[in-house]
Ligand binder design. Structure first.
Ligand code: FES
Length: 327
């Protein structure tokens, strides 16, 4: 049930502050320099202080200078304009233009947000109480798996449209013909869908085809708002596990992070390596995604036309997102 006429993805912004979002790969954080990123239309400064990732609203309280223009000194961050120095909690500990004995105003603080490092990604939650933990990706720390893809890119499209596209099977023969689909066999497979708290679970059984010669099952967990875990497994036990998560910079700009782990060596099996295969597919998706209108995903279900069967996942996804506006 759509909760509000005309409701679109941007209406979720206040609720989405309570969820974890990726903001950078851990190895993008330099020891001496903060990183400026935009999350939910708010500019943040991300840095590593005393070895731990930290996130601040990107504004020095003194004269409105982005703190991301400054630099890191040990466990502190220094503003580039007048050198005010803030500790890892965002509390100002030094104002160089006043004598040492002069008290520092209590209000001299940066606004700080929760910040964690997991799966080699820096995550931020802009609320003191996250509504849910960062989604699971068990293979990342499993020695039997090799994480052979770790990539990101920024796209001019909405985050929810990017997620919906990832789980939309009906476009495969049209956008990815010859790679993921065949226009002579465009009917989508049946799926069973269930709700598990913040997630939608569903599976697809893929028969052998010229694109995937070995039959396999794909198990999906789509965790609200913007994370997809997909485990593609053959009867032999060979498995490939995708972790796809996106950053909502704004309603029209998103960055995807894509990790793929597998427990087999394709070359040892005489199969060609496919390290760049996913890039071709994602670039084909972008051709459509950047042109969709409205840019923000409509959460009022009457705004677009849905087909029972092929659009089941998209419908369920829009419904669990729409719930956020009223929870
Ligand atoms: Fe940051 Fe003055 S603006 S120290």
């Amino acid at each position: 049930m759509a909760k509000r006429k005309g409701m679109r993805e941007g209406a979720l912004w206040p609720a989405l502050r309570g969820y974890w979002h990726p903001v950078a790969f851990a190895d993008e954080l330099k020891d001496d320099k903060p990183l400026a990123v935009t999350l939910l239309d708010e500019r943040l400064a991300i840095c590593r202080l005393g070895g731990k990732p930290r996130a601040f609203y990107d504004l020095c309280v003194h004269r409105g200078t982005p703190i991301s223009m400054g630099w890191v000194e040990g466990e502190n961050i220094v503003c580039a304009y007048h050198g005010w120095t803030y500790n890892s909690k965002g509390v100002c500990t030094r104002i160089p233009s006043i004598p040492d004995k002069h008290p520092i105003p209590k209000k001299a603080c940066l606004t700080s947000y929760l910040c964690e490092e997991k799966y080699g990604i820096i995550w931020v939650c802009m609320s003191e109480k996250p509504k849910t933990p960062i989604a699971d990706y068990p293979e990342y720390d499993d020695d039997d798996y090799d994480v052979f893809v770790k990539d990101k890119d920024t796209w001019d499209c909405s985050s929810a449209r990017a997620i919906e596209n990832f789980v939309d099977q009906a476009h495969f023969p049209w956008v990815h013909e010859g790679i993921l689909g065949d226009r002579e066999h465009a009917v989508t497979s049946e799926i069973e869908l269930e709700r598990d708290g913040e997630a939608l679970l569903f599976r697809r059984q893929d028969l052998a085809s010229k694109f995937h010669p070995v039959p396999h099952v794909r198990n999906y967990r789509l965790t609200r708002p913007f994370t997809i875990y997909q485990r593609k497994e053959e009867d032999s036990g060979n498995a490939e596990c995708f972790f796809f998560v996106v950053t909502p910079h704004s309603a029209k700009k998103t960055t995807w992070y894509f990790l793929i782990a597998r427990n087999f060596d394709p070359e040892a099996m005489g199969v060609q390596g496919e390290e760049h295969f996913y890039r071709t597919i994602l670039e084909q998706d972008l051709v459509i995604l950047k042109e969709q209108r409205p840019e923000e995903l409509p959460l009022d279900l009457s705004e677009e036309l849905h087909i029972k069967g092929p659009d089941a996942v998209a419908l369920a996804y829009r419904k669990i997102l729409a719930e956020l506006d009223v929870e």
